[in-house]
Ligand binder design. Sequence first.
Ligand code: GDP
Length: 302
Amino acid sequence: ERIVKGTSKTREKLGVIEELFTYWNLEDADETLEELEDALIMSDFGPKTAFKIVDGIRDKVMSGRVKTGDQMRAELKLSIATLLRERGGSSELSLGDAQPAVLLIVGVNGGGKTTTIGKLANKFSSGGAKVVLAAGDTFRAAAAEQLEEWARRSGAEIVRADSDKTRPDTLLFQAVDSAVKSGADLVLCDTSGRLHTNWSLMDELAKCKRSISKRLPDAPHEVLLVLDGTTGLNMLNQAKEFNETVQLSGLILTKLDGTARGGAVVSVVDELGVPIKFIGVGEGIDDLQPFDADTFVDALFP
Ligand code: GDP
């Protein structure tokens, strides 16, 4: 329920920005730009990122390049899209010619990690790749069950723990080992996501990453954080913590099919300097899209 409220609040605040464009008047430029900055902060863009965006628009207003509300809306959208591209970098997966390529997928429980792994497995399997799913969340039996179902649906193989005493890092080592030996193309590693404030989870993830590298020196080739698009300001704290522990190479933003617009992710890209690579737009196996900055910004400010 809290999430629903937070989301509708974000929508309300983005509505405030729309009003600023409508009633924009050059004489009140300073005041309007301050209100824009406040509204962006209230919409979970975070103070640093909001300041940076508005500062850029202020320059355009001063130099006379932005005169009308429509121009200001266009400028705001352009500056957010540019920030996403320049700070984030490429949204393509960079797997090189690694065989197998290993993706470590992290994120807090409920964010959509397992579902996203299922979607990715399907995407690559349908392209002809031999995919292995590694059920690294060995603490929750249900997680492996769920992953097993995705493996079945996508035609991927799965490596599961044979006992509930198996450590996640051991399981991931075994999965990569088995993928190397069977000549697989891609390994998608699921991980536990119990509360991110739990230090031992972060310690566990660091061990998982090291354990993968022990078996395959250049792996993991990508470390992707799955973020729930309905999360507000807390998204940045979450992302920073994961980044400190496992050095993220990209983000996947889920649940954008609902009312969430995911504005908070802009500050994550800005502050961490990692790109969004995919977005989740539903619970189905095909509901994963490559990230596109312009489309994303069009949805933020329709
Ligand atoms: P995990 O705990 O991070 O592995 O999360 P799950 O993959 O189990 O997903 C949690 C819930 O979110 C499930 O009910 C999923 O169906 C749902 N979910 C995941 N991705 C999306 C998405 O892009 N859109 C919607 N609407 N639901 C999603």
